[in-house]
Design a protein around this ligand. Structure first.
Ligand SMILES: [Zn+2]
Length: 143
């Protein structure tokens, strides 16, 4: 039985030079965001240089398992045939109270249309994406 939000053929990450460390943390089921070691600015997606102070000294901080819906939409149509059987699905922008300014685009895997609201509490869950990769997604916490 598949545990993926997008079925057995779910989209797998394709890391590039800048986000490879992000996905390496995900492979260990650790959701980490890039942080500037000079000014403390959190950035996502990862960048080679801090957009605030131009420092190239970067570190990673682990996100808490609790998050919140910042924004979301429901996708009802798709041009790609492989996604038609997944309709409707949500795309949610998620934020963390403890990590101001950083947001993650993900999905709330247990929400049905009409059952998702801005501010809903979320819990981080991991979905296997093949080849040892894991993708961060979220479930509603009911708070
Ligand atoms: Zn900085």
């Amino acid at each position: 039985m598949s545990t993926s939000y997008f079925g057995d053929e779910g989209l797998a990450p394709d890391p590039n030079a800048e986000d490879a460390p992000f996905w390496a943390h995900c492979a260990q089921q650790r959701l980490c965001f890039q942080c500037c070691t000079d000014c403390g600015l959190l950035t996502h997606p990862p960048l080679g240089i801090c957009p605030h102070c131009q420092s190239m000294r970067r570190d990673w901080v682990q996100a808490p398992a609790q998050a919140r819906v910042f924004s979301f939409t429901w996708i009802h149509t798709t041009a790609h045939p492989s996604m038609k059987r997944e309709l409707p699905y949500n795309v949610a922008v998620v934020e963390f109270d403890e990590l101001p300014g950083v947001r993650l685009i993900s999905n709330v895997v247990d929400a049905k249309p009409g059952g998702l609201q801005v501010g809903d509490g979320l819990k981080l869950v991991w979905e296997a994406a093949g080849s040892g990769m894991f993708v961060p997604r979220f479930c509603k916490t009911g708070t």
